[in-house]
Design a protein around this ligand. Structure first.
Ligand SMILES: [Zn+2]
Length: 376
């Protein structure tokens, strides 16, 4: 009995290793290359490849296994053989992103829908999700799952959304959101955590990274090696509610002087009655009033970044809806960091996120992809 179990485990492990090798290979690979790299026998590789071909996970091309003057048979991943979707529920819109096994985007959609914690709202979003997946040509039998991400503190162990000042939700069961998407495997996570996960995935060379998400809400994620640090209560990385100015501006959380009260994108948009796009267009055009607001914002952002750098001593990635406007402004932010940081020549630790405004959706969808590759 034990031997049967061991044989089954060994077969699964070998199949997973073969798939992972093909996944990691940029170019198609031959059976001999797989066998050599993984120290497996050719019959074992042949058996595994037959299963992967049947599952549709890999495809083959070429005419025969050995070269012999003809084109050798090679095997490559079929990225769209499995897919996952991320849904980002924001206060004023919903984003949906479909990705394949290599995080290739199969479709993205953003709809301006004001959030409401009502049956009608969730019903509409679930309907939008079906239409979105249809528009991407996404076969449901290849869908690994639908990740939902929201700006808020989540206690996974207790199954509760502790609070989401941005969505104006306080201590509700996650089930009230889950139940509307339960047709598919699903789970809910905090949006900066999802973004941080996506950025870690995109930069596998990175060791430790801190992610700072700049949206109406401000949050973050801490990534140590290949793990996300969540803290003892799942609240690690809530940078938006660090105290920046004692007795300062009122924050959505009810306290005063939080980072979010100074670094929310609302400071550059809602508070001025304009959009972020208008703000940065005016800034570029030399609008003095806008430049003054930006300078104040940048100062608070730089103070926050220096604090994070002092605490974590690692690279910091800026994300959220603001990141798409920051490319040309990065040098001046880094200059200010250089002036404020404790260590000389310690200002080149800042970069923008890889997935840009799609990062939260990408991260939460990638959880399903990674889980599949680990457990297949
Ligand atoms: Zn706060």
């Amino acid at each position: 009995m034990e031997q049967t179990v061991n044989t089954t485990v060994l077969r699964q492990t070998n199949r997973r290793r073969v798939l992972q090798y093909i996944y990691d290979s940029v170019e198609p690979v031959t059976k001999q290359e797989i066998a050599g790299a993984l120290s497996l026998s050719l019959p074992t590789v042949t058996g595994n490849l037959a299963e992967l071909l049947e599952e549709g996970l890999v495809s083959c091309s070429g005419t025969q296994e050995s070269t012999g003057g003809r084109k050798p048979r090679t095997y490559a991943l079929e990225p769209q053989s499995r897919t996952a979707v991320g849904v980002f529920i924001r206060d004023d819109s919903v984003q949906m992103l479909a990705i394949d096994l290599r995080a290739g985007e199969m479709g993205f959609q953003e709809a301006s829908v004001p959030f409401a914690h009502t049956e009608e709202y969730y019903h509409m979003i679930a309907q939008c999700l079906e239409e979105f997946m249809d528009s991407c040509g996404l076969a449901r039998d290849r869908l690994l799952g639908v990740g939902i991400t929201i700006p808020g503190i989540i206690d996974q162990a207790a199954g509760r959304l502790v609070m989401s000042p941005t969505l104006e939700l306080w201590d509700i069961p996650l089930e009230e959101i889950y139940c509307h998407f339960s047709r598919y495997p699903t789970f809910i996570e905090n949006s900066p955590n999802a973004s941080g996960y996506a950025e870690r995935w995109a930069d596998s060379e990175a060791t430790n990274v801190v992610y700072l998400s700049l949206d109406r809400g401000v949050g973050g994620a801490i990534i140590q090696g290949d793990k996300q640090y969540m803290g003892d209560h799942g609240r690690g990385g809530e940078f938006g509610h660090m105290r920046l100015i004692p007795n300062g501006r009122l924050c959505h959380c009810g306290r005063r002087g939080c980072v979010e009260a100074y670094c929310s994108t609302s400071r550059l948009s809602d508070d001025l009655g304009i959009t972020l796009e208008e703000f940065f267009t005016r800034l570029q055009a030399g609008d003095e009033a806008v430049a003054e607001v930006w300078e104040e914002y940048r100062t608070h952002l730089a103070d926050t970044l220096v604090n994070l750098r002092t605490c974590f001593d690692c690279d910091i990635i800026l994300g959220g809806s603001l990141s798409r406007y920051l490319e040309g402004l990065l040098p001046e932010i880094c200059w200010e960091l250089g002036e404020k940081t404790l260590f000389n020549s310690d200002s080149v630790f800042l970069r923008l996120d890889h997935f840009g405004p799609h990062s939260a959706c990408a991260g939460t969808a990638l959880r399903f992809i990674d889980d599949f590759l680990l457990t297949f």
